[in-house]
Write a protein that binds this ligand. Structure first.
Ligand code: HEC
Length: 202
């Protein structure tokens, strides 16, 4: 019986994941990664030129044979232009290209010493959702269940955005949160932190 129960549980989980990531991926949609995604600059997805971090908005430009061409607007430190940040105010990574990747980028001006840019790249159709609040809700649940076992929960807004990646890194091995899941949890914490809050930006 135990065995059958676990099969039923696994089937339910698979169904939940399928509906969770079941966004319609078509041109004109604004979508968000539900997990860390590989990015290519050429459209050949076997070339892994960078990574798109979960919960960052992409505009779908074109979908062809499972390849999604997208743009993303973010901020670039002129001294390390391969990383595109979510905001010029904190180190919240939206896309990290490898140092040698030659990605398409359009300049949208300057803000707080950062270049505002719109980059264009490619990814696959998987792990995309139109509902960013749902992705955050999943991360919040994980965080609250895993991070209040040994001490009271440290609220997201108790620390500045730049502190959270280090805390998660040092605490991760003590929790059931996997490395894969940790990317979404970090984005959730950074975007609900003391100095950066999504609500202020909408
Ligand atoms: C197995 C027990 C355990 C779990 C689970 C745990 N922590 Fe901790 N945490 C500690 C201990 C012990 C300390 C204090 C000493 C230290 O920093 O190691 C601490 C300290 C902290 C601090 C304060 C650091 C500072 O310098 O003020 C933060 C923030 C924190 N934990 C966040 C988290 C988060 C986020 C999670 C979930 C990913 C988590 N913890 C899960 C044991 C745990």
């Amino acid at each position: 019986m135990k065995f059958l129960n676990s099969i039923a549980a696994a089937a339910a989980l698979t169904a939940a994941i399928a509906s969770y990531a079941g966004a319609e991926v078509k041109a004109g949609e604004t979508l968000y990664g539900t997990a860390l995604k590989q990015v290519s600059v050429s459209g050949d997805l076997s070339h892994k030129d960078g990574r798109l971090l979960p919960t960052n908005a992409i505009e779908v430009l074109e979908v062809k044979d499972g390849v999604v061409k997208f743009s993303l607007t973010g901020y670039q430190n002129p001294k390390a232009p391969n990383v595109i940040y979510f905001t010029p105010k904190a180190r919240i990574i939206a896309v990290a290209f490898s140092k040698q990747a030659k990605f398409q980028s359009e300049s949208l001006g300057e803000e707080d010493g950062f270049n505002k840019v719109k980059i264009t790249a490619y990814t696959d159709e998987g792990a995309l959702s139109g509902d960013v609040d749902k992705i955050f809700a999943g991360a919040k649940e994980k965080f609250e269940a895993s991070c209040s076992v040994c001490h009271a929960l440290h609220q997201p807004a108790s620390y500045e955005a730049n502190r959270w990646p280090g805390y998660i890194k040092s605490m991760l091995s003590r929790t059931p949160i996997s490395k894969d899941e940790s990317w979404t949890v970090v984005q959730y914490l950074q975007k609900h932190s003391k100095d950066v809050n999504l609500k202020d930006m909408k």
